[in-house]
Design a protein around this ligand. Structure first.
Ligand SMILES: [Zn+2]
Length: 245
């Protein structure tokens, strides 16, 4: 009967579908790995950004402190000279300079206080960003290892399936096998299907009644006239055929 001849092909198809599913499942792992690595590098650039701002803040603070120190020295010197001046005009001129210097110093002091406040916030931000990065690092090392293990499992399972496939393929007739390869490529991996109630389960089209009849009783390997898949009578129909005889 055609069913028996297609048995090896059906088993081959089962293995091929397992291979297909395994490959589809394995494809998700590298994508996940890429995602968690992307998350980590994002956390890293966040940390780099806050660290950069902290360094800017420290630099600006040092500059303002130096400026303020120098300006205060100047003011002290000028103040001591005020009494030595001989004319009111000279006095007024220096007093004006002193005013400007004092105002500059006030501004610098305000800026310095702002920088000190900002420094505390930035320092806190760096701490948080460091924690964020180490959490992402943890995910990469932990889940990365898991994925590696999974992929190794996939690899060995795949090797087993390929070996099984080789054995099954060797037991099929060459001409049938090459036709099978062609059909499964065109028909989404399924090349051998049962016929139930006169309907091809591959394409859901009805077979001509005579053909359905031949399928149950004949010994030739048949293909569906619509989708060209290999067809066999389902066990249920075989039972019916046996009951009729
Ligand atoms: Zn069909």
């Amino acid at each position: 009967m055609s069913r028996a001849k297609l048995k090896a092909l059906e088993e081959l198809q089962e293995v091929d579908l397992k291979i297909r599913d395994l490959m589809a499942a394995a494809e998700q792992h590298p994508a996940r790995l890429k995602q968690i690595e992307g998350d980590r590098s994002q956390a890293k650039s966040l940390l780099d950004g806050v660290r950069g701002k902290l360094a800017d803040n420290e630099r600006a603070r040092k500059q303002n402190e130096q400026l303020l120190g120098a300006e205060k020295e100047k003011v002290k010197k000028w103040e001591s000279r005020l009494n030595e001046l001989k004319t009111p005009r000279e006095y007024a001129a220096l007093a004006r300079e002193l005013d400007i210097a004092k105002k500059t110093n006030e501004t610098a002091e305000v800026e310095l206080r702002r920088l000190v406040d900002e420094y505390d916030d930035l320092k806190k931000g760096v701490g948080e960003a460091e924690k964020g990065l180490s959490a992402k690092d943890e995910v990469v090392s932990h889940e990365g290892k898991e994925i590696e293990t999974l992929l190794a499992g996939v690899e060995s399972e795949m090797a087993g399936l390929q070996a099984e496939r080789g054995k099954l393929a060797a037991s099929c007739e060459k001409s049938i096998l090459s036709k099978y390869e062609r059909i499964r490529k065109q028909r989404g991996g399924v090349a051998v299907v049962p016929v139930v109630g006169g309907t091809c389960k591959g394409c859901q089209m009805n077979l001509p009644p005579q053909m359905a009849n031949n399928l149950r009783t004949g010994s030739d390997i048949m293909t569906c006239p619509s989708c060209h898949r290999f067809i066999y009578a389902s066990d249920h129909e075989q039972d019916e055929a046996q009951a009729e005889t």
